[in-house]
Design a protein around this ligand. Structure first.
Ligand SMILES: NC(=O)c1ccc[n+]([C@@H]2O[C@H](COP(=O)([O-])OP(=O)(O)OC[C@H]3O[C@@H](n4cnc5c(N)ncnc54)[C@H](OP(=O)(O)O)[C@@H]3O)[C@@H](O)[C@H]2O)c1
Length: 217
């Protein structure tokens, strides 16, 4: 299928794991995909793998100046965005007692502040009927001794998605991507069959995925 033909999709953290796997699938379905990460070599490698319908921009999601520059570049090159996959994330998996202030700041800066402002700064570029997908994690629902910081950041962006649905008057769908626990990351794009149609449906905003109107929250 070519459901994404002509669509421009921005994937933060699109140089490995779920982001890259999603990029492969969207390119196969006709999209032009823009992938980001902090590392030039990884961005170049991802774009090389993805082919001519992909481009890459180096941007640290935790650096608001870099996020501004990213959106300016997207605007200059493409004019607008059809979908944003706010996927870039990081994890510090340590016992609660061992988490340091730098660990805390880094986790919050990438997983919460980065997602918050990536969405905010992408909004003016988003086309009518466009979609925003935030990659949270199944861990937001679970207790685990080494996931205190990580899970809290994911709970924050999960709530952000719900409240944004109300604030922006859009639809909210839960349970795609990592948020439902069904996603298992495998290298080289193999995650896609597991990511399944819900993530793609959410990105496409095609009404075929289950969802509830924002006013119900
Ligand atoms: N793996 C899982 O089991 C799992 C489960 C549920 C949810 N998740 C979430 O899904 C997302 C992707 O996870 P993954 O396992 O696929 O990750 P991954 O393979 O480690 O890839 C992470 C991507 O994000 C980029 N990145 C990291 N920090 C960044 C930053 N500050 N700014 C911009 N890009 C950054 C990385 O590139 P650079 O390092 O070059 O910047 C890379 O492209 C994350 O939000 C993660 O928390 C993962």
């Amino acid at each position: 299928m070519n459901r994404f033909t002509g669509k421009i999709v921005l994937i933060t953290g699109g140089t490995s794991g779920m982001g890259l796997a999603t990029a492969h699938r969207l390119v196969a379905e006709g999209a032009h995909v823009i992938v980001t990460s902090r590392t030039r070599a990884r961005v170049d490698s991802a774009v090389h793998q993805l082919g001519p319908n992909a481009s890459g921009i180096v941007a640290d999601a935790a650096d608001l100046g870099a996020v501004d520059a990213l959106m300016e570049t997207v605007r200059d090159r493409h004019g607008q965005l059809d979908s944003l996959f706010a996927n870039a994330g990081t994890g510090t998996f340590l016992p609660f007692q061992n988490i340091t202030e730098p660990d805390f700041d880094h986790g919050i800066d990438v997983n919460f502040k980065g997602v918050f402002f990536t969405v905010q700064k992408a909004l003016p570029l988003l086309a009518d009927g466009g979609s925003i997908v935030i990659n949270a994690s199944w861990t937001l629902h679970r207790g685990n001794s080494v996931l205190t910081l990580y899970s809290a950041t994911k709970a924050a962006v999960h709530n952000l998605a719900r409240t944004l649905a109300a604030a922006l008057g859009c639809w909210w769908t839960d349970g795609y991507g990592g948020a439902d626990g069904s996603c298992r990351w495998l290298p080289n794009g193999q995650a896609l069959p597991v990511l399944g149609q819900e993530l793609l449906g959410a990105l496409l905003h095609d009404g075929q995925h289950s969802g509830v109107p924002a006013h119900q929250w």
